[in-house]
Design a protein around this ligand. Structure first.
Ligand code: BGC
Length: 476
């Protein structure tokens, strides 16, 4: 590829990836704001749960209703709309005068999280040169991890026990990346794939010539044209549910199932409590836990950028998931061996994060944008994203319940409330073993379903499904 082309696409992908920063920031920031919100509005625990849940429900709804709109109106317009919601939502949540407004504004912000979580990686995937598509889409995941870290830092920077309104500036910080995304996206082009699917060949060709390697341009244009000729009917749910796209659907929902059911968000969001449950003491230990986990997550996601287009998707998936399984078994052991297990637990947790960051984190968002044909790629990717939010909610919601159910089965007294440190450590450890078992099942599933999309154009992937090819035989 010409150097100048590479520069252009890296700039385009970096601007669009700001959507990932907003995803990470807006999902993460609420946890540090909650203690202050609770005191300020005098909220009950169940009201707090509602505030948190409404953000997630907004994300599910956002992904659910905009998939097809992204195919009809285009990728760029939908991302612009989400940036607008991110910016106004951040101002609104920070200004909220009543708890009802806080709830509605969190839902509103959630919509943007759901929309951008599939529209942004989709945009990057369709505008990337084939050979570095994996790296560029992984920038989205990188910025998610940067967003999560920025949320911890913003929470810590503004936390002030003498000022109950300190949660407001914590939330306002989100306006800055939202403005960058909005202004930046305004100047970026639409993707060549979407333009072509609307018959706008000249515009599509011009953009493709600026970004793609010469060897791929003509083949991609020819393949896109023939795709339009094969099926002129209105694309949508009916198309997506046809037998030739069954594997694509299984892959998108399946990878998100394993991404979430290895317990990533229980480790990320509960890491301070996990530290306390393991025997560390004090608020400082808890804050350090979040920051260390956040930094390791960012650093190892950077490594994934360099290897995802070299090693390929399958190898990375197997290496990552094997490491995750071993680390989860060790985390379980760490909880079961009190005292001696303390450092062992912390190291295992960091190893777990590192393996997730190089594999399932970026792979989930990349693969859901690669496996669907252009005309239903928006809808298909939105189903991947929807699965992600649905499974995420389910895992976080059941984590405490699983640990306390194990406690009851072992006849350990489990106190009321939602505090992990109240539960017997070995019960928490057992839940990590359940996650480890899921990771092992994921290895078998992945053997059959993870496609090697490295170096294969989006058009060739589509052709493979049309011919009835098996996922594991793609690129062979
Ligand atoms: C996942 C999130 C997770 C994050 C952690 C993303 O790929 O979808 O649920 O919190 O990675 O880095």
């Amino acid at each position: 590829m010409k150097k100048s082309n590479k520069g252009v696409v890296v700039v385009i992908a970096s601007i669009a990836a700001t959507g990932g920063l907003l995803f990470g920031f807006d999902t993460g920031v609420i946890s540090g704001a909650i203690p202050f919100l609770q005191d300020y509005f005098e909220l009950s625990d169940s009201q707090i749960e509602t505030v948190t849940a409404l953000g997630l429900i907004g994300a599910v709804v956002g992904a659910l209703v905009t998939g097809q709109i992204t195919d009809i109106l285009g990728r760029k317009k939908v991302i612009l709309a989400s940036a607008f919601i991110f910016a106004t939502g951040a101002v609104w949540t920070g200004l909220a005068p009543t708890v009802n407004q806080l709830m509605i504004s969190r839902f509103y912000l959630g919509l943007a999280i759901g929309v951008s979580s599939f529209a942004v990686p989709l945009y990057i995937s369709e505008i990337s040169p084939t050979k570095i598509r994996g790296t560029l889409v992984s920038m989205f995941q990188l910025l998610i991890t940067v967003g999560i870290l920025a949320a911890y830092l913003s929470d810590n920077a503004f936390a002030d026990n003498n000022n109950l309104e300190c949660w407001r500036p914590m939330l306002w910080v989100g306006v800055v990346p939202a403005a960058i995304l909005f202004i930046g996206m305004f100047f970026l082009p639409e993707t060549p794939r979407w333009l072509m699917s609307k018959g706008r060949e000249e515009e599509s060709r011009k953009i493709l010539e600026r970004i793609e390697d010469e060897e791929f341009i003509e083949a991609s244009i020819a393949a896109m044209k023939s795709d339009i000729n094969i099926d002129k009917s209105q694309a949508g749910w009916r198309e997506l549910l046809k037998p030739w796209l069954r594997n694509a659907l299984i892959i998108a929902a399946g990878i998100m199932f394993f991404q979430q059911f290895v317990g990533i968000n229980t480790v990320i969001y509960y890491s301070p409590k996990i530290f306390l449950a393991a025997g560390f003491q004090g608020a400082e230990a808890a804050i350090a836990a979040s920051v260390i986990v956040g930094v390791v997550n960012v650093l190892f996601t950077i490594i994934s950028l360099f290897v995802i287009d070299r090693l390929g998707r399958r190898k990375l998936y197997f290496i990552g998931l094997s490491g995750i399984a071993v680390a989860l078994v060790c985390m379980g052991l760490g909880f079961m061996l009190p005292g001696a297990g303390k450092w062992f637990l912390v190291v295992s947790m960091l190893v777990y994060i590192a393996f997730f960051a190089i594999s399932l984190g970026p792979l989930g968002w990349l693969i859901i944008t690669e496996v669907f044909p252009t005309r239903v790629r928006g809808l298909g990717a939105s189903i991947g994203s929807l699965s992600n939010w649905g499974f995420n909610t389910l895992v976080v919601w059941t984590f405490y319940k699983m640990a306390s159910a194990i406690g009851s089965a072992k006849d350990v007294v489990v106190p009321e409330g939602q505090d992990l440190s109240d539960i017997c450590p070995s019960c928490v450890g057992s839940v990590f073993w359940i996650f480890a078992a899921v990771a092992l099942i994921g290895l078998v599933w992945g053997y059959f379903y993870i496609p090697e999309t490295k170096g294969v154009s989006l058009e060739k992937i589509e052709e493979h499904w049309r011919k009835g090819g098996k996922p594991r035989l793609l690129n062979k």
